[in-house]
Design a protein around this ligand. Structure first.
Ligand code: ATP
Length: 238
């Protein structure tokens, strides 16, 4: 099992960021974490990266305690800041040095469609190019697990599609992807399985076809999503 969370809680004072989550992700699966603002998605990533410890419950990543397998995990976090005056090629090269068996930098730049941006500094990149750079930095260590927190948040429809074509190509190498999104159509289009979270709990864990057929408590999904309807701009990605 690539990711296994069993009855995991993470409390901050009286806030239950994660409130009894069970989650299993198998090797090679692409799983979407779908939920409104404050649902607990980022906290789940922080738990899986070993950046925070659970208040209760157990978390295992690639069969080990989170944090002890960082070299085998690639991550794109919302909070990621980038040094502005360093070039794309230099950044991906620097990242590669942090891993024992990295992919060739040129190959990763090509895979993320950044070859002709390699000499450009971060300040000159568009929002979508910046996200692709973060993906390149997540991929260069040849990770077995990719954790992507709202990786396409700032992208237009065409960029999202291109991004997922690139990201899914890494699954052909056996990588597993867990990603967070606010967007049900994106989750359905990209994921093998959709896990809907709200208020720190899993409401639904089902393949997209079950969400569409209504077998998976679709009303729960809509309930979770309507909470965010005022904060998320319209933007069907299909
Ligand atoms: N370090 C922290 N200290 C206190 N509260 C926190 C901390 N981190 C998260 N929380 C709270 O835990 C809850 C879950 O937050 P989290 O960031 O995991 O949600 P999310 O689903 O990623 O939201 P978003 O879609 O807005 O990114 C929120 O109420 C948040 O305010």
């Amino acid at each position: 099992m690539t990711v296994l969370m069993t009855d995991v809680h993470k409390h901050y004072g009286t806030t239950r960021a994660v409130d009894g989550v069970d989650l299993a992700v198998h090797r090679g699966e692409v799983v979407a974490l779908l939920g409104p603002n404050g649902a607990g998605k980022t906290t789940i990533f922080e738990l899986l990266l070993g950046l925070v410890r659970p208040t209760a419950g157990t978390v295992s990543v690639l069969g080990h305690a989170p944090g002890t397998v960082r070299a085998r995990v690639g991550a794109m976090l919302q909070s990621a800041g980038l040094p502005e005056q360093v070039t794309v090629g230099e950044l991906v090269g620097l990242m590669a040095r942090a891993y024992p068996d990295p992919r060739p930098v040129g190959e990763v730049l090509e895979r993320t469609a950044l070859t002709d941006r390699a000499g450009r500094t971060v300040t000159t990149l568009s929002g979508g190019e910046r996200q692709r750079l973060l993906l390149a930095m997540a991929l260069v260590g040849a990770p077995e697990l990719l954790l992507l927190d709202e990786p396409t948040a700032a992208m237009d429809v065409a960029s999202r599609r291109a991004f997922w074509r690139l990201a899914r190509a890494s699954v052909a190498d056996g990588a597993t992807i867990l990603f967070a999104t606010h967007d049900l159509p994106e989750a359905e289009a990209v994921a093998d399985r959709v896990v809907v979270v709200a208020a720190g709990r899993v409401l639904v864990d089902a393949p997209p076809r079950e969400l569409l057929s209504g077998d998976a408590h679709l009303e729960d999904v809509f309930l979770a999503l309507t909470e965010e309807s005022t904060t998320t701009p319209e933007g069907a990605w299909r």
